[in-house]
Write a protein that binds this ligand. Structure first.
Ligand code: AMP
Ligand code: GLY
Length: 424
């Protein structure tokens, strides 16, 4: 089989390494991939948003199966376009990807179908939003409607901060058209859990739970990033909570999308907050999370491609989706300065014996050397029989890897370890 993967970050590297375990895979292409992914796939210089070029490449090269990993091409209709040419795909069509593409859509969906989430109001008029903020409970959360590279959410601790956020989105258009409509919502508290789930519109199969670490600095300080590390499973997510989520969130979401004529097929990501009033949805993503995928897939014991094809063919209930009982930790090694300004072009050295533990997020190949080319550079992952062992191993691997200007958080998994201890 010839498989195509759209995307070029650490998540895509993790998907590619796992898909390659299937013996029927004879070629795997990454569009665009990156210098590190090139060790595991043929990288083709086509951008993930260039739908026409992706479809042309897939038809010319007789691709048997396509996996569309990032949000942008999904929201832009990459799956629709590939399917129109007869190419089976993993990922939702555009009419279902809207669950991530529009926060107004997803909030209204949850309200209509009684799925627990933060209380909210939608505004398309700035003056109305500012007037509402005069008496809204503080802290409050301001969200731009559309995709905003994960940066369209502002937690305002004061009324003035909230008003500034509204003005920056609706007047200064810092997120472009994404700020035409905004959501102002209730501030929730509690541990966060990421749950990725396979769904074919008939069955929903949650994967092992995980925890992201979004802030740049240790102890959750500094700016929000795309994610500085993950652990799985998430110790806050007990079996009881999992069954509540299945009943009140996962199945109702799948059914709601069906009822709206927007059947979701692919990986549906539930960003949850375990509040004192039960689990609530913070956000949906229409795809695998990054860097959650880098800890979830290493724990998957079943064959990924087989499961993905079952999703495409709507027979997910017939396949086994089994996870190891162990744990995983992924530490992101980033370029100093990320998520704002950072330098590129530093040589990366990874011992050959560690290649299997590294997912490359931002690197380019030049004259046979791997050079840093992004803010997030590497995801260094370890699996072990339990969480403390996985964390220790991941950090020992980080110490074996080098590039100038590297920085990473030293406390990935620390909050999870606290939960484990409180449990005893
Ligand atoms: P999002 O981009 O929607 O994942 O939001 C980014 C982060 O903002 C989340 O991971 C949460 O930590 C935080 N957040 C979003 N919505 C809320 C909320 N209603 N209450 C508290 N924190 C929130
Ligand atoms: N790690 C959060 C995301 O993928 O959006």
């Amino acid at each position: 089989m010839k498989v195509l993967v759209v995307g070029g970050g650490g998540r895509e590297h993790a998907i590619i390494k796992k898909v390659k375990e299937n013996k029927s895979v004879e070629a795997i292409y990454a569009l665009p991939g990156n210098g590190g992914i090139a060790a595991d796939a043929q990288c083709v210089n086509i951008g993930a948003k260039d739908i026409d070029a992706i479809v042309a490449f897939a038809t010319e090269n007789k691709i048997d199966y396509a996996i569309v990993a990032p949000d942008d091409p999904l929201v832009l209709g990459a799956v629709d376009a590939l399917e129109a040419k007869g190419i089976p795909c993993f990922g939702p069509r555009a009419n279902a990807a809207i669950i991530e593409g529009s926060k107004v859509f997803s909030k209204n969906l949850m309200k209509k179908y009684g799925i627990p989430t933060a209380a909210y109001e939608v505004f398309d008029d700035m003056d109305a939003a500012l007037a509402y903020l005069e008496s809204a409970p503080i802290p409050t959360v301001i969200k731009a409607d559309g995709l905003a590279l994960g940066k369209g959410v502002i937690i305002a601790m004061t009324r003035d901060e909230a008003k500034d956020a509204v003005r920056s989105m609706m007047e200064d258009k810092v997120f472009g058209k994404s700020g035409d409509h905004i959501v102002i919502e209730e501030f929730l508290t509690g541990p966060e859990v990421s749950v990725l789930a396979f769904t074919d519109g008939k069955t929903v199969v949650p994967m092992v739970s995980s925890m992201d670490h979004k802030r740049a600095g240790d102890h959750d300080t500094g700016l929000n990033t795309g994610g500085m590390g993950t652990i799985a499973p998430n110790p806050y997510y007990t079996a009881d909570i999992a069954s509540t989520c299945m009943e009140t969130i996962f199945l109702p979401t799948m059914n709601a999308m069906n009822a709206e004529g927007r059947t979701f097929k692919g990986c549906l990501y539930f960003g949850l907050m375990l509040t004192p009033n039960g689990p609530k949805v913070i956000e949906y993503n229409c795809r695998f999370g990054d860097p959650e995928t880098q800890v979830v897939l290493p724990l998957l014991e079943s064959d990924l491609l087989t499961v993905m094809q079952a999703v495409t063919e709507e027979r997910l209930s017939e396949v086994e989706v089994k996870f190891s009982t162990g744990a995983a930790c992924c530490v992101i090694m980033a370029s100093e300065g990320y998520p704002t300004a950072y330098e590129k072009g530093y040589e990366i050295t990874i011992p050959a014996s560690r290649a299997q533990n590294v997912y490359v997020a931002g690197a380019a190949l030049k004259d046979g050397k791997l050079l840093t080319s992004g803010g997030r550079v590497l995801g260094v992952t370890a699996t072990a029989e339990n969480l403390p062992a996985a964390i220790e191993k991941a950090y020992s691997y980080v110490n074996e890897i080098h590039f100038d200007n590297a920085f990473f958080r030293h406390d990935i998994g620390a909050r999870a370890m606290k939960a484990l201890k409180e449990d005893k």
